[in-house]
Design a protein around this ligand. Structure first.
Ligand SMILES: CC(C)(COP(=O)(O)OP(=O)(O)OC[C@H]1O[C@@H](n2cnc3c(N)ncnc32)[C@H](O)[C@@H]1OP(=O)(O)O)[C@@H](O)C(=O)NCCC(=O)NCCSC(=O)/C=C/CCCCCCCCCCCCC(=O)O
Ligand SMILES: Cc1cc2nc3c(=O)[nH]c(=O)nc-3n(C[C@H](O)[C@H](O)[C@H](O)COP(=O)(O)OP(=O)(O)OC[C@H]3O[C@@H](n4cnc5c(N)ncnc54)[C@H](O)[C@@H]3O)c2cc1C
Length: 607
């Protein structure tokens, strides 16, 4: 019935102050702002073009281009990936050859695989590209640099000479990412003035002299680092949307369990539903808190870079790459699990879940393929370990590796299930697992004469070690979050339950790592699972309130299953009747194609 809160009985069970939890969840950001930014992003791509200009253009170039981009007088596309190369930026083929006679660069796509392919906004709307191309001077290749290239006339939007542009076609399902005109672009000897090479980091003089960057060349990758830390925050939004929908629906849906006319059982009360759903609820909070930390770490990096302090740049790259990988994989897989948690109705477009999944899952690929990103983390870990011998004491997120010897002797002293509720007990187990996995890789790598051959041979193990490292970061930042002063009745207690669910779910899921590295005994693994089951019972009465704390409106969720009032069935039925198929009783084509078959006479008793 309209106006009735079918979940009121669930909301009355809450054991904490929901208003405070909403503030904890929102942190310093408002989901609406992010939704509208993200929705604008899917329609256009200012989230990369503008930051890239800020990162790679001189002050003078910024003065020229930023006002135009900020006021949408030009529409930009971050045009890096090509048909033949995306992950391997150093393998890009587009060329920008300096012509000293005219003081210009000539941009060209020398091969089919040099075709720019995927850049958002490029297909139909962008007027300019921040094109990444190999700088060539006097036949010498100086590697990939950024160039601002006008693609279309600002008068009639027609493409300029030498520019061939198109959309790359429909993408995955009918998802909203098809509102994004990911495009293709071929340059046929397009000339641009020398001052349209972005020259903050390195320059080309009028005489054609290359002035190399006096800062780490990787700063040219800065836009990707910037977006990767945003993507971690976005993962918490995407996952929490799906968890909100599936939690509310799990409390509404009843199936089996009726005795003597009693109501059937709410599916949220099945232990299997809880074992699938509550770790995702905990993960949404975990990802939100690690994204807050990562954002502050990134802002600290920017301040350091201003002061030419590059000391945290390698760690920032490893953290943004690794956390982008882990959190987008958890969110993408979690959205699909939330669809399954809703049974058949989860597959309806009106559930909001298929669309959310179709739009979200490329996050595992864009801004860095998730495996390639974890391999970057692995390189960082191996380098950190290799420097231990020279007395280089690791700090920050790898500080635990400085205690590797001690961690190699670690054995968990858990005796009772409730011992796993102690943060220090959990952190020690996760540190020992991560340290032992990385040290084992380093040990095996040392057996190879060629370190690169070893890295390739051991890459699957290295990815697992990198995963363990990143999961340790997320667990640690969740624990640190709860060491902050958090007011409100029961709020910290509930977050503590989620923190333990997140950590013990990971321990249970990766029990093989913890056993094979001899960090814990099978008995201790069993006790962790016992504790997990108890934690599910503790979170159960608070589940609806915990997703209410995301503070998402029905409009934002766009889901008949995730409605705040839980009035699912009438709305499911109502939504179905909006389908154009139901405008007529007899379907198109019936008379032409189906009725003749139905009217066909029987032959010898057979149809
Ligand atoms: C890193 C690579 C894989 C390899 O690079 P390479 O140059 O070959 O380097 P290596 O030899 O591996 O390493 C050499 C050293 O350099 C170090 N390094 C590497 N990268 C970096 C870096 N970025 N920073 C610092 N240091 C770096 C490395 O560690 C080595 O160090 P050392 O010598 O060992 O000490 C590289 O090729 C690469 O990055 N590949 C991936 C390519 C990629 O990511 N492409 C992305 C293209 S753009 C794109 O995909 C765009 C997608 C559009 C959709 C985006 C949607 C975003 C949504 C955001 C959500 C918004 C919501 C709103 C939120 C809000 O508003 O807040
Ligand atoms: C929706 C969407 C939007 C995008 N928007 C943009 C944009 O706006 N601008 C832009 O420039 N690009 C954009 N891209 C491109 C995107 O950045 C690339 O697709 C991404 O970086 C992955 O690179 P790739 O396609 O070359 O994958 P590949 O690297 O070819 O991946 C294929 C497989 O190879 C594996 N692999 C690759 N290298 C290694 C290795 N060294 N070791 C082990 N395994 C490896 C990968 O793990 C993966 O399994 C977008 C892509 C998508 C899907």
């Amino acid at each position: 019935m309209e106006g009735v809160d079918h979940l009121a009985h669930e909301r009355n069970k809450a054991q904490f102050d929901v208003a405070v939890m909403k503030a904890v969840w929102a942190g310093s950001r408002d989901a609406y702002e992010l939704f509208h930014r993200f929705s604008r992003l899917v329609a256009n791509d200012p989230e990369m073009f503008i930051p890239a200009i800020k990162a790679q253009a001189t002050e003078e170039q910024q003065k020229q281009w930023l006002p135009l981009a900020n006021k949408m007088k030009i529409i930009g596309s971050y045009t890096q990936t090509e048909l033949g190369h995306g992950s391997n930026v150093r393998g890009l083929e587009t060329t920008a050859t300096f012509d000293p006679k005219t003081d210009e660069f000539v941009l060209n796509s020398p091969t089919l695989t040099a075709t720019k392919w995927w850049p958002g906004g490029l297909g139909k709307i962008a007027t300019h590209a921040l094109a990444h191309a190999r700088l060539i001077i006097d036949d010498k290749d100086y590697g990939v640099h950024g160039f601002l290239v006008q693609l279309r006339s600002l008068d009639d939007h027609l493409t300029l000479p030498g520019i061939t542009i198109g959309d790359i076609g429909m993408k995955y399902g009918s998802g909203a990412y098809n509102t994004m005109d990911n495009g293709s672009l071929i340059f046929d000897h397009v000339r641009i003035p020398r001052n349209q090479m972005l020259m903050r980091l390195s320059q080309v003089t009028r005489e054609g002299k290359y002035v190399p960057s006096n800062v780490p060349r990787q700063l040219s990758y800065g836009t990707m680092v910037y977006v990767r830390q945003k993507i971690v925050f976005d993962a918490s939004i995407a996952l929490s949307r799906a968890v909100c929908i599936s939690t509310r629906y799990s409390a509404v849906r009843r199936q089996f369990g009726s005795h003597n006319g009693s109501p059937e059982t709410q599916v949220i009360d099945y232990k299997t539903q809880q074992a699938r759903l509550f770790p995702l609820l905990a993960s949404a909070y975990a990802i939100r808190f690690v994204s807050e930390w990562l954002n502050s770490f990134y802002k600290d990096l920017l301040q350091r870079l201003e002061a030419k302090d590059f000391s945290t740049l390698p760690e920032a790259h490893a953290c943004t790459a690794g956390l982008k990988s882990i959190t987008t994989s958890v969110a993408a897989d979690g959205i699909e699990e939330c669809r399954k948690l809703c049974g058949g109705h989860g597959y309806l477009t009106s559930s909001g879940l298929p669309e959310l999944s179709a739009v979200y899952i490329p996050a595992c690929t864009y801004e860095g393929d998730n495996v390639v990103m974890l391999l970057q983390v692995a390189r960082y870990l191996m380098k950190t370990i290799s420097q231990l011998k020279s007395g280089n004491k690791p700090v920050g997120t790898t500080a635990y590796l400085g205690r590797a010897e001690q961690l190699m002797q670690y054995h968990s002293d858990v005796l009772r299930a409730e011992d796993w509720l102690k943060p220090n007990v959990v952190v020690e187990a996760f540190e020992a697992r991560a340290a032992r996995m990385s040290m084992a890789c380093a040990q095996n790598l040392s057996k190879f004469n060629n370190p690169e051959d070893g890295f390739q041979e051991l890459s699957a193990d290295l990815v697992e070690a990198a995963t363990a490292h990143c999961q340790l970061i997320i667990v640690s930042k969740f624990i640190e979050k709860l060491q902050q002063d958090i007011p409100g009745k029961g709020v910290k207690e509930q977050l503590g339950v989620l923190r333990s669910i997140y950590a013990l779910f990971l321990l249970h899921k990766h029990i093989g790592d913890f056993l094979s590295t001899d960090c814990i005994t099978p008995k201790q693994g069993y006790l962790a699972n016992e504790q997990l089951r108890s934690l599910y019972s503790q979170v159960r009465p608070n589940a609806i309130a915990l997703v209410d704390a995301f503070n998402y409106t029905d409009h934002f969720l766009s889901s008949v299953l995730g409605r705040y009032d839980g009035n699912v069935y009438p709305k499911l039925y109502e939504e179905a009747w909006k389908d154009p198929l139901n405008d007529t009783s007899i379907p198109d084509g019936f008379h032409e194609y189906v009725q003749p078959m139905l009217k066909q006479p029987l032959h010898h008793g057979r149809l």
